[in-house]
Design a binder for this molecule. Structure first.
Ligand code: DGJ
Length: 731
């Protein structure tokens, strides 16, 4: 068992592959967080508990006789609002009397092998023998029972957590905040790492010192969003890419979230993550339960790189759909940047023909194939093929594309209705809105109310009609605006605070239905690029469109930030035309290829507009990618030189994927800004020091140890944007 209970001390000890997590039932039944970090052995860890009341409030109940004890300073395992812990709470409940006082005390627990399913939301899986679970139930005198779930994985440095609130009283109560997990650390030296951004500039990495007080990253947009990602890490003061401690917190959720950190006056750091409380209230009737999304906690004593590699492996083994990991991903050409809305069947078939000749696997037909959608002003929701553009419909187009030897993929934006659409004209009430107020519009479209079953049925039927009648093997599921004026027609007044969360639950239900009805259709997620790139979406979409910004120089930062929490096998990356449509920057085709090959490779251009030389280069890129794809998909990532690394007046970036058995590696180096004749050695990582590796292109042989200690000799002048790619194979 990876979870043990020491009855005399009332201590729970959870062990993962590299970490220990300890909690205890204290005097008075308070549940205390004692320790989280590198492995410790099993003597009584109670001495770790800090007893300092600091003249703060002390509960008078006789069961807590120690005047040095105060909820205000305790290491709370799941802090509740209103009973003397004045720091950020994980739980706030308005009870039937209208007050928000909650005081949680231990009630019972159980420990068992395996992991219980989470109803209605995606979560990570555990096979036989992979993990054990602790269920710890606390209770407030109002009858609110909180079950804390902890699952410790034996072969991963991972603990998953979530909470369930059950109303065992006879009256309704209102949940105002219910976080998935909260951890109190007895140090205040951490820095916070998180990813911020916007459209076209997703997941830039920021590290900041944590001062006293509260720091939050969150979304209230209805989606996890472009601006912050539901991931953050606490870094020890000495943490680097490969050394030091990193504690990552990832929320498996696609809606409004919040990750909050508070450093208190006495040296404790509290971090918690969950559904954003600003935009949430949930009425819990007597006898009902509410489940939070799952939080995934990862511990690394090998820096940020170790944290990322551990998370990547965990998502691959316990979140992503096996089927899509086992089959090679199609190398696609997407027509968006090739044609935008200006296409007809012959144009699409001509792109498909070129694609087939170049060796690609699939053509993805993007926006504009339905209704009268010749611009972004109309037709979302009218999922009927525009036969003026595509005579014979999607079925006929699929036949023509398939006849060329390649597959067809299709774009949808299922959660939306254009203002100018038959759907909106027929069902204006199906869009999220607040009666008597302006409906904010974005990209000429509204968001459908996915909390409604009738709306979900409509979307399911409309998509099913297309997918059942045409040989479509891939869907790009887009989402291009955020939610505003969030009310729902069908919910009563005192349940309007539930709309955002019900929207997300509705989305998951719809995705469950679609993926079960069409199990052979692979889906790529997209939200104007990486605007909803989170673990819950990856449960349905094995890959995600990383960004609309396809400029390889911009992509270095975007893909680096994405790699902090998500593996390369989820990161959809395309080679696009030069000059780039978003930035106007001109770059070499080789570098566009090398950067896109760091993820799920594809193209976003019109191959018919390429010169003969470029076409030959593309053929070679595709063949090269096929030879290394397994390393990118299954390998461990080592970020060797982070984007923005200044060297000899130039700027470089380098990374490496290494197969878990260290038999092969793919090394990529991009010289972003040129430098003249520098002496330059890049140290590789993760290889077997004693094995000899051959550079597949040149046949040159290297010792693993030499490449890791002395480095790869890249001395010499390079042009702006030039890259070096090396596929190494062990003998
Ligand atoms: C936004 C996506 O990110 C693009 O790739 C493209 O699909 C457009 N939407 C189509 O409207």
């Amino acid at each position: 068992m990876s979870i043990k209970y020491y009855e005399n001390e009332r201590i729970f000890k959870l062990d993962t592959s590299n970490s220990t997590y300890v909690l205890a039932v204290g005097e008075g039944g308070y549940v205390l967080g004692m320790y989280y970090g590198a492995h410790v052995d099993e003597h009584d860890l109670r001495y770790l508990y800090v007893r300092e009341g600091h003249d703060s409030t002390v509960p008078l109940s006789a069961s807590v006789p120690d005047w040095r004890f105060s909820p205000d300073t305790m290491q709370a395992e799941y802090p509740a609002y209103g009973s003397g812990d004045y720091r950020i709470p994980a739980l706030k409940i308005k009870n039937a009397d209208g007050n928000t006082v909650t005081d949680l005390r231990y009630l019972r627990h159980s420990i068992y092998a395996g992991k219980p399913a989470l109803r209605g939301m995606p979560s990570t899986k555990a096979g036989d023998g992979d993990a054990d679970t602790l269920e710890l139930v606390c209770r407030d005198i109002t009858g609110a029972e909180i079950t804390l779930y902890y699952t410790a994985y034996k072969n991963h440095p991972i603990i998953t957590r979530r909470a369930r609130v059950t109303n065992t009283s006879c009256e309704a109560m209102y949940l105002e905040r219910v976080y998935s997990a909260s951890v109190d650390f007895t140090r205040d030296e951490y820095r916070l790492l998180h990813m911020w951004g916007c459209w076209g500039r997703e997941k830039h990495v920021e590290r900041r010192a944590l001062g006293h007080g509260t720091t939050s990253i969150s979304s209230t947009r209805g989606a996890s969003g472009h601006y912050h990602n539901p991931f953050a890490a606490l870094l020890s003061h000495d943490c680097t890419e490969e050394t030091g401690e990193a504690y990552g917190f990832s929320l498996v959720y696609s809606g409004n979230f919040s990750i909050d950190v508070e450093v208190d006056a006495f040296g404790l750091t509290r971090i918690m993550c969950g559904v954003d409380p600003e935009s949430f209230e949930w009425k819990l009737e007597a006898g009902e339960s509410f489940d939070t999304p799952e939080a995934v906690l990862v511990y690394s004593d090998c820096g940020e790189g170790g944290m990322s590699r551990a998370l990547h492996r965990f998502w691959r083994e316990h979140l992503l759909e096996k089927k899509w990991l086992e089959a090679p991903r199609p190398i696609v050409v997407n027509n968006w940047e090739a044609t935008y809305f200006d296409f007809d069947a012959d144009k699409i078939v001509s792109i498909a023909k070129e694609a087939a000749e170049l060796g690609l696997d699939m053509l993805v037909l993007d926006d504009g194939w339905f209704g009268v959608r010749n611009s972004d002003r109309c037709s979302l929701g009218d999922w009927v093929c525009n036969e003026e553009k595509l005579p014979g419909g999607i079925g006929k187009l699929a036949e023509r594309v398939n006849a060329l030897g390649i597959k067809l993929g299709l774009w949808f934006e299922p959660e939306m209705a254009s203002r100018d659409s038959d759907l909106y004209r027929a069902h204006p009430d199906w869009c999220i809105q607040t009666k008597g107020r302006d409906m904010s519009i974005a990209r000429h479209q509204y968001v459908l109310d996915l909390s409604r079953a009738d709306v979900r049925d409509y979307i399911f039927d409309a998509m099913s009609k297309i997918l059942s009648n045409a040989h479509v093997e891939y869907v790009k599921w887009d989402f291009n605006r955020n939610l505003t004026e969030y009310s729902s027609e069908l919910l009563p007044k005192d349940r309007q605070g539930e709309v955002f969360h019900r929207y997300v639950l509705g989305l998951y239900e719809l995705l469950d239905r679609i993926t079960s009805a069409f199990p052979d259709v692979m889906m790529e997620g997209c939200a104007s690029g990486g605007g909803r790139y989170d673990p819950a979406m990856l449960y349905y979409f094995p890959q995600y469109w990383t960004s609309d910004d396809t400029d390889p120089v911009e992509r270095l930062k975007i893909q680096y930030g994405t790699s902090i929490a998500y593996p390369a096998c989820t990161m959809s990356c395309h080679v696009s035309a030069s000059p780039n449509h978003q930035t106007g920057r001109e770059t070499m085709l080789s570098t566009r290829g090398a950067v896109a090959a760091a993820g799920v490779f594809g193209y976003e251009l019109d191959p018919g507009k390429m010169t003969e030389r470029e076409r030959e280069e593309i053929k070679a890129q595709i063949a090269d990618y096929r030879a290394v794809r397994h390393i990118v998909m299954e390998g461990d990532l080592y970020r060797l030189l982070l984007p923005g690394t200044e060297t000899h007046g130039g700027e470089v970036c380098a990374w490496e994927y290494v197969m878990p058995d260290r038999s092969e590696a793919l090394f990529t180096y991009v010289c972003v800004r040129t430098m003249i004749a520098p002496v330059s050695f890049v140290r590789l990582r993760g290889l077997d020091a004693d094995r000899v590796y051959t550079d597949v292109k040149t046949g040159r042989r290297y010792r693993g140890g030499t490449l890791m200690n002395a480095g790869l000799n890249l001395t010499g002048s390079r042009r702006d944007g030039e890259c070096v790619v090396m596929h190494l194979k062990a003998e």
